[in-house]
Every structure is written in structure tokens, then in C-alpha cells.
Design a protein around this ligand. Structure first.
Ligand code: 2AL
Length: 245
């Protein structure tokens, strides 16, 4: 099967790293195609950037030129554009935060999220509430490591994430750590080994969950709000996204 792994930011280095991590997590026979939007911020560390990135995700998946695929993974911890992506896709679409929360809740009664900039913590907290994981998520912890620093993680970056995770496990009384950025995917195995608790990278679990859904013949519901967008004319830069009108 072919999995579209969409990095919503426009860092080509991060798209390539996420693609490698996704392919490494995939089952034999699964092909990962890593893509990024044509426009948008180089990294997503705030509400404005996330809104522009969500438009990039929607524009890419809503375009007639999107490559054939069996499932899509939105590989940014804010899950930007997830509902919009499900409207324009019949194939399953998974967000890495949503996938990571589900996986973590199956491995520990309580988990902690360790993420990048402290200002993004509220975005993860909103997702915890939206997905109904308030009873499982014991805390969201920022490290103030910029997303693009993860492209070339130094030993000190890994040590900072490890220290934040240890502090989070102790302060929250939790049993697992969720990595709060797709750019942390390549560090997951190393951190799990050092911490001795399950460390969940949403990219890897989303890949395996997507494979499971596709393998079971399950697709996005087209009944109700995930039905295709209404035929409508779009103007300005979005004109090419006009649908049947
Ligand atoms: C992210 C992420 O996964 N990609 C990105 O650009 N920003 N998440 C985060 N919490 O900073």
C-alpha cells in the first residue's frame, strides 16, 4: 500500500527525515511518499503558522494532482487541517497527535507530552481536550527547543528532551512519554532506551494504525460532516480548488 506522509511545514530537510522515519516504521510492502505543501511556514510554532499550514494541507489534498494513495498521515503535532483532509479524502487520514494519544492510552494509564516551544503547549492541550484524552494526559511540557533545531539534533538537544521527559514523568506521575513534534521521530528509539518507559512517536504509530485501517478495508465515512465539500467557486489564490462550479 502507498502511504502519503504529509509534513505540513515547508522544511524539505524535515520532510525527508519524517519520510525516512515513516518508512522505517512501515511494514514490508508499504511505500511511503513524503510530501509538503507548496506554501507556508518553515516550521509550525504558533496559531498563525498553524492556520497557514492547515490551508497548505487542505490545498494539497484537495488538489486534483494529489498522488494516488491508500491513507494519509498529517505529520505535525498540531494535526493541522485534519478534518478538512478527511472531507476531501475517501482514504483514511490520521493525525500524529491523535494517533499518539490513542497509542499512549493503551500503554499507560497516564502519559506526558514533551514538546518544542513552550508557546505550543496550549495547542497540544487543546487537542487533548478535543480528542477526549483529559483523563490520560497528565501534562504537556515545552522545552523551548525550536522545531528546526531538531533537523540536526546535537547531543545537548537529545539530553534536554531526556531531562524534560524525566521531570515530566516524575512531576506528572505518568508512565509514558509522547513526543510532541514530528521532528523528534528520529530520536524516539534513543529516548525510549534512555528513559525505560514507552516513548511514543506519532509518526510511527500513525503509519501502523493507517496500515491496520487500510488492511481492514476501512475508509473515511462520507456520511455527515466528512462528506466531500459542496460544489463551490473559490476566488483569489484558492481559485484552482473550486469544486464543480
Ligand atoms: C511541530 C511539528 O510537529 N512540526 C512543526 O513544524 N511543529 N510541532 C511542535 N509542537 O512544534
Amino acid at each position: 500500500m502507498r502511504l502519503l506522509v504529509l509534513n505540513p511545514n515547508t522544511s524539505t530537510a524535515m520532510t525527508a527525515a519524517i519520510g525516512r522515519a515513516a518508512q522505517a516504521a512501515a511494514s514490508p510492502g508499504s511505500e511511503v511518499l513524503a510530501l509538503q505543501p507548496e506554501f507556508g511556514p518553515l516550521s509550525i510554532e504558533g496559531h498563525f503558522e498553524e492556520t497557514i499550514a492547515a490551508a497548505g494541507v487542505a490545498a494539497l489534498l484537495g488538489s486534483a494532482a494529489v498522488p494516488a494513495h491508500d491513507a494519509t498521515i498529517i505529520a505535525c503535532f498540531g494535526d493541522p487541517g485534519l478534518d478538512a483532509a478527511r472531507e476531501v479524502s475517501a482514504a483514511p487520514v490520521l493525525g500524529i497527535a491523535e494517533a499518539a494519544f490513542h497509542a499512549a492510552s493503551m500503554l499507560a494509564t497516564g502519559f506526558s507530552v514533551v514538546t518544542t516551544m513552550k508557546r505550543t503547549c496550549i495547542m497540544a492541550e487543546h487537542l487533548v481536550q478535543r480528542y477526549g484524552f483529559e483523563r490520560h494526559c497528565r501534562g504537556v511540557h515545552g522545552t523551548d527547543i525550536p522545531v528546526l533545531n531538531l533537523e540536526d539534533p546535537s547531543a545537548s538537544t537529545v539530553a534536554e528532551i531526556e531531562a524534560a521527559a524525566r521531570e515530566a514523568l516524575s512531576r506528572d506521575g505518568s508512565g509514558a512519554v509522547v513526543l510532541g513534534c514530528a521532528g523528534m521521530a528520529p530520536l524516539c528509539a534513543q529516548l525510549q532506551e534512555r528513559l525505560g518507559v514507552p516513548v511514543i512517536d506519532g509518526v510511527a504509530v500513525a503509519v501502523r494504525f493507517a496500515e491496520a485501517l487500510v488492511g481492514l478495508g476501512l475508509r473515511t465515512s462520507k456520511r455527515g460532516d466528512y462528506a466531500a465539500p459542496l460544489p463551490k467557486r473559490y476566488v483569489g489564490w484558492a481559485e484552482s480548488l473550486s469544486r464543480g462550479a
